[in-house]
Write a protein that binds this ligand. Sequence first.
Ligand code: FAD
Length: 325
Amino acid sequence: MSGAPHLLVIGGGVAGASVASFAAREGARVTVVDAGRHPASHVPSALVNPVRGQSGQVDPRALEGMHLTWALVDGLREAGVHVPHGREGVLRPVPDDRVRQKFGRNLPPELPHVWLAPEAAPVPLAPGWAHVLHLPEGGWVDGEAFTAGLLTVAGAEVVRARVTGWDARSVLLEGGGVLRGDAVVWCGGSVGSGWAGETGTHRAGTLLTLDHPVTSVPVSFGAYLAPAAPGGVLGATFEAPTPTWREPDLPLPSLRWLLGKADALTDLGGTRVTGQWSGTRLSGLVAGRTANGTWRLSGLGSKGFLLGPLLARHVVGDVLAACQV
Ligand SMILES: Cc1cc2nc3c(=O)[nH]c(=O)nc-3n(C[C@H](O)[C@H](O)[C@H](O)COP(=O)(O)OP(=O)(O)OC[C@H]3O[C@@H](n4cnc5c(N)ncnc54)[C@H](O)[C@@H]3O)c2cc1C
């Protein structure tokens, strides 16, 4: 190969935009092909939260991933791209001593954290919580602005089209066009996996957008309340998993469940709902080369904004090394 490698990236969510961003920094030419449909990455307020779920799992790469995401947000600001976000930490209330112990077993000492009594938490919580874990380096980020900013600053060529087939060096566009490059990186997310006819673990969820942030600091257990550019959000990924992608919706019983979780977190006061965003996410991380010679970054689950950029940086390093061989 002579000259800069040319990467074809399928999908322009946080995975594909991060791949484009790191590849462009390394001098590669990048073309992103994105259908512009159902990106989970357009979640209005994504938590950057290293302590996950109701058992407090911490991915070994969480701290590095969180720092990289914030570094990218800073880099975008320096490049003149404003990404709404907040870095005032994340609060994880826990219901009892047993759950606190479970969280405690998973917490690595190098991850900054402090346990608070519920009365000492920086936001008023509903009664019934036993302890509150404060993660001062966490926060929230506007998914769409972050993703769009990465793509813009990367200077990648973006082709708005659906890809119907691909191999190690080319992609076939709906309608018949073909793009050729030195490597293909598939970052199609949940919807793309469905379009590709794969089975996997897809989870749908909803964020209600709110006229103001109910809590100044994101609070998460079961569901989350967080500030967001439109005011605030109440959200969760809570529908039963499905083996294939399905158009996300909001069944009434799910709305009741979501409101119940929110009530358990704090007093919702006079908050008004201003809108709804529903999406699906795919679990089952793949970050590397696949059997047919294409590359893949997908299955980021609920950690797209915590680990997506970090994993993209690793994948780009491997892709470019392979292009030199
Ligand atoms: C309700 C909800 C709440 C969430 N909350 C958080 C959170 O708090 N924190 C967090 O870190 N993560 C959160 N996530 C998860 C996060 O949104 C995902 O992990 C992440 O956005 C996945 O990014 P992706 O780039 O892999 O896929 P996506 O963002 O889904 O992007 C895939 C893109 O590829 C395009 N595409 C697919 N196939 C093709 C094709 N064949 N041709 C052309 N284009 C194609 C699609 O149109 C889409 O634009 C949440 C997800 C949901 C649903």
